[in-house]
Structure formats: C-alpha cells, structure tokens
Design a protein around this ligand. Structure first.
Ligand code: FAD
Length: 339
C-alpha cells in the first residue's frame, strides 16, 4: 500500500471543501486492511473515508486518511424467499441498490440514489422514504483498530436507531468496517406509504397492478433529483441536521403557536419534528452568504457554491442551530460528521 503525502481531499468530499491530508492511503482488500492496521506504521490520528458524502472538513487533516475501496458482492445464504449478500464496504451504495433491483432482490429500493459507500450505511443507519437500512442488515464485519482483530457485529449488537448505531456512539472511531451483510427478499413487500412516492408513481402511470421494486426505485430517483442538489454541481452533504425528537408537552405547546407544524408521533413516545420545516420557518431557506448558504429548495441542506471553507459552513450551521433554539426552544443535532 502506497502512502501518499499532502493529498488534496476536495474531490473526495461531496461538500467540495478544499483541505489536505498529511498522509493518505487507499485500501483495496480485507487482507491489506488487516496488515495495515497490524503493522501500525501510519501516523495518527486517522480518518476513515468512504464516499465523503457525510462529512464536513473544517481544516487540513494532520494524520492519515484511509479510503475504503474493498469491493465484492457474494451470496452467502439463499432460499425461495430470500438471499443474504455479503458486500464489500467500498462498493458504491447506489450501484449496489441497482444491482439488487436488477436481480429482483427487494428491501433497499426506497434507499436509491443515497450517495456514499456500503461501509458507511450502518454508521448512521441510512434511511429515506419510510425505510431504514437496519431492516435488512444481518451483520457488520469490522477490524478492531486497536489490534486488527476481525469482529462481527450482529444487527442487534449494532444498536441501530434513527441515524445512529454503536459506530457513531459508544464505539465511535474504534472500528474499520470491511463488509456488510444484507438479507433481501425475493418476494417483495412494497413500501409506498410516503405521499411523495405515491404521487410520483401516479405521475409515472404506475398503478397497484404494475408496482415493482424498479418502479419504486425510479420514483425515488426522480423525487430526489427534483429536490436535492447534485453534489457534482453544488457541494453539499445532504441533510445537515437530524429531525429533532421532542416530548408530547413540548409538541403540544409548539403546535398551539404553529398550527401548520408537521410532526410524526413515535410509537415509543415523543414526536419527531421536521428540522427542514423549523429552519425554513426561521427564515433560512435560500439564505446565501458569499459562496455558501442554505439550499433554495430544501432548507435542511447547507451548500457550498464553490470555494467556501468548512469553517464558514460550520459557523453557519451554528447560527442556524442557535436561531432554532431561540425561536422554538428546540436544539438541533448535526447529522453530518464534522472533522
Ligand atoms: C445529496 C445527498 C443526499 C443524501 N441523502 C441521504 C438520505 O436520504 N439518507 C441518509 O441516511 N443519508 C443521506 N445522505 C448522507 C450520506 O450519503 C450517507 O450518510 C452515506 O451513508 C455516507 O456514506 P459515505 O461513504 O460517503 O461516508 P463518509 O462521508 O465517507 O463517512 C461518513 C462517516 O462514516 C465513517 N466511515 C465511512 N466508512 C467507514 C468504514 N468503512 N468503517 C468505519 N467508518 C467509516 C467516516 O469516518 C465518517 O465518520 C445524503 C448525502 C448527500 C450528499
């Protein structure tokens, strides 16, 4: 493995932030990864990078960036109803989704067009349009950074939650994910309860009798392309904040003041509010300063129109966060990993 020095990271993060890594290494196989972590001949700290679509770089990285390129899709269990696939952490997520659709394997079609790599999917339990990846993950294979031991975490052990898992909480920074296993259905149950999906299917002329995982994927792709900025054109990391969860009392007092406030009652108690709605209501939608700001169509997405620094974007996120506390008494949490 070749360690590159002074590596430019602009093309490796979807925010398009200009930053350099003191050292950079690309890892292509489990064996290479194990040898690399065993030999410990790298400079710390380390930053594990997938597709760079959920990070905000606020400065040059004064350590080693390790970019995961471990590929491969392998069937490990199959019967009439389902198939379990073990997928290299360096596979592109959306290409994997398309592969499953082509093969007729259902379960992740609603997660079409999410940027990034398979290895990051369990990190924050990626989710969209009524589906979370925790519903299909059976296990996550990792290397423990401390001793390069191979470790397997079952679905339960990952403690998946809304945009969270042990890899983002208790075990943060301790593991290098090498592969993820997914159990997919050969007999699909379609998840189309989201109004936007129903409307798009209708517009595409797809009725109940012609519903398919391909039709759902196509609809999700169309919706996402119409309202989210393409990182190839405008730098961004998708939703910058998580949707906040508040108590029933808090929800009721807000609902009295803001009659049109959307909210979702959680089965375990509490209410999930729409962070994008709060930010828009506070007047931030479309806000632009110099060459960065808040996206015109989606207030939850902070954007870099070119040349903004990570610190400028971070400071804007802090101002938004404070204004939401002031206006609604609700504290937003960043979804993006700030480095
Ligand atoms: C336009 C856009 C839309 C998006 N829409 C959604 C959405 O609908 N739903 C959603 O959930 N997310 C969404 N995201 C966020 C992002 O795409 C996902 O979180 C994705 O899973 C990140 O993958 P990545 O490979 O780019 O991770 P990176 O950004 O490279 O890394 C993210 C974090 O995971 C860690 N990490 C990455 N790979 C590994 C590994 N192999 N082992 C250990 N740690 C690792 C990194 O250190 C970092 O902390 C969106 C982003 C964009 C730009």
């Amino acid at each position: 493995m070749k360690i590159e020095e002074n590596k430019e990271l602009k093309a490796l993060n979807t925010f398009g932030i200009e930053a350099k890594a003191k050292n950079y290494v690309r890892i292509d196989s489990f064996e290479d990864a194990q040898a690399f972590f065993k030999q410990k001949e790298y400079e710390e700290p380390i930053l594990i990078l997938g597709g760079g679509s959920n990070i905000l770089l606020t400065e040059d990285f004064n350590g080693t960036v390790i970019n995961n390129h471990i590929k491969g899709i392998e069937g490990i269990e199959e019967n009439d109803k389902s198939i379990t696939l073990k997928v290299g952490a360096g596979e592109n997520w959306h290409e994997f989704v398309l592969h499953c659709i082509e093969q007729g394997y259902a379960g992740i079609e609603n997660l079409s067009l999410i940027p990034g790599k398979v290895g990051a999917s369990p990190m924050q339990n990626i989710g969209a349009y009524g589906v979370e990846v925790k519903e299909v993950i059976t296990e996550v294979e990792c290397l423990r950074l401390a001793d390069a031991e191979k470790m397997i975490f079952t679905n339960e052990e990952c403690q998946f939650d809304y945009r969270s898992s042990i890899f983002k909480t208790t075990h943060k920074g301790q593991y290098f994910i090498t592969s993820v296993s997914f159990k997919l259905n050969k007999k699909p149950t379609f998840k189309v309860s989201y109004g936007a999906i129903q409307a798009q299917l209708l517009a595409n002329g797809v009725d109940q009798d012609h519903l398919s995982i391909k039709a759902i994927s196509d609809a999700v792709i169309q919706i996402r392309q119409s309202k989210l900025p393409d990182p190839k054109e405008i730098g961004n990391s998708g939703s910058f904040f998580k949707n906040p969860i508040v108590s029933k009392e808090k929800f009721l007092s807000l609902k009295k003041r803001f009659k049109d406030m959307p909210a979702y009652e959680l089965p375990q108690g509490g209410y999930k509010l729409a962070a994008g709605w709060l930010i828009e209501k506070a007047g931030w939608k479309g806000y632009t300063e110099r060459n960065y700001g808040v996206h015109k169509k989606q207030a939850l997405v902070l954007v870099n129109y070119g040349g903004a620094s990570g610190n400028e974007i971070y400071n804007l996120s802090e101002r938004i966060l404070q204004s939401i506390i002031q206006k609604f008494g609700v504290e937003l949490e960043r979804e993006v990993n700030v480095v």
